[in-house]
Ligand binder design. Sequence first.
Ligand code: F6R
Length: 612
Amino acid sequence: MCGIVGYIGNQKASPILINGLIRLEYRGYDSAGISTIEKNSLSIMKDKGRVKNLYQLEGIDSLTGTVGIAHTRWATHGKPSQENAHPHMDNSKTFSVVHNGIIENYHELRKFLIDHGYTFYSQTDTEIIPNLVHYYYSKDTVSDDLKFLRAFQHACSDFKGSYGIEIICKDYPDQMIVTRKDSPLVIGKGEEENYVSSDIPAILSFTRNFYLLNDFEYAVLSRNAISFYDQELQSIAKEVKHIEWNASSAEKDGYEDFMLKEIYEQPTAIRETIGAKFSESSHCVFDELPFTKEYLATLNRIYIIACGTAMHAGLAGKNTFEKLCKISTEVDVASEFRYRNPLVDEKTLCIFISQSGETADTIAALKLCKEKGAKTLAISNVIGSSITREADYSIYTHAGPEIAVASTKAYTSQVMLITILAIYFAEILECNQNVITPLKKEIMELPKKIEETLTLAKSIQDFSKKIYQEKDMFFLGRGIDETVAKEASLKLKEISYIHSESYPAGELKHGPIALIENDMTVISIITEPNLVEKMISNIQEVITRGAKTLVITNQEIDANLFDRMIKIPETSPFLSPILSIIPLQLLSYYISKEKGLDVDKPRNLAKSVTVE
Ligand code: F6R
């Protein structure tokens, strides 16, 4: 969480920084601020709330500095306020810092600094950074080109926790230094100008050439050069990476919101994710994976570990691995898995799903599995993200940048990729060939069927007008549809603020049915052919208790049984989560719009959860 941007070049820094912050706002929007070097002194402008408050501040246009850092905050330590907003300066106003992450030992460091005469003006952990740098800087008697870097490195070696930090110094007006540990940070290379950002899309309109920094490494940026150093300040070389995403993929492109754009990008995201991994007549190919029949046959289980929506994609993966490959598969929430002393050993394959590749709990769970001797495989949407650098092997969804906080195209792409991975395993294990051939055919037809499903938008929008004022809703399903119910319920909660529960339909009468009241909306998903009758009986139970019912189905069912039925195209049960979630993504979107909410930036949330 939190977004940071940096610029050093020959242009006025403030508009570039603000532009970057607007694109990073999905990472947090409690406060925003920038700091630039202005004629050998440091300026800071910051305010509570959204980036728009920042660019409305009086005097922001008069900043002329060509070196600057900026921050948009998701509050952890210290409430959202002007004084807690970043950047923070040291007492002597020599250093200015923005920080993404948490300095866990800040109490101790703060006390140390107070004992040495420093004063603090905010409740943040970040304010210790510029002051500690100043402490070491003032003790260093050698004045050379590296004094600033030395003081910064000295301070960072005292930190416990996670950080992506940008720092500027009034004594070094032609430099910016950055470092990271367990927080994302990329460096963009331009022509006589360089950039820093928490993620690639925020600066994609300026450059497509990037350097990735590993934990504990430092980059010293000037206008014409970028030098890299390891933890001991030994100079290191880095290769520039060229990113293929085009700049318009990080723009709204005429859509009202990123979320709507991303929902409509799903046919392309799925096409790109399928890529050239197989044809109907050829086996799946993952060049980057080394798995043999012997290795897969000796696995005691697969673990899929993720958070939120990515975890829901993992549930679809469990269904496919177990049915297609006959490998027992467990799915766990990363923040729980880590603390339950999981049964993982060298015969376990651990798969980690993360759109951003930066989710702190998922990364920590991955490190734990490596310690236990398991092979680790990351599924991410971001090339070079932390999770892909930690894992033994990585494969990618090709959904393009996902900007809206609520995940849509990343989820369907994750389900797609994990399904193809399961087919790949089944082919190596030589099982279920009779199922695989028609499944591959269905996969090839899927993008067209997604397009067809998207044509339902208008009728879903009309339906949203009838139910947007509800306080509670239920989502029901059985089998694979229950995993979609979970994802639909999460989507509704996060962007419409309507409380909702998802339940396995057969479990309802063991307690939650007591919550069903007259006129409450119950949404059911029915795509499993052998569970149609059972689902209809469960829906009857809630109708009898006064519920209004919406059914999403690809089965031949009498529409008169429910208040509303939405028919989606038929597909393989392994792929149905990709189609059945789409009307429900649209429903959440339109309900949120109807309520006049900020769809792309729901309250209290941030897209990339880099704190545990
Ligand atoms: C919900 C949503 C979150 C993320 C979760 C994991 O719409 O987006 O639940 O799925 O925070 O994020 P990643 O996939 O980046 O690890």
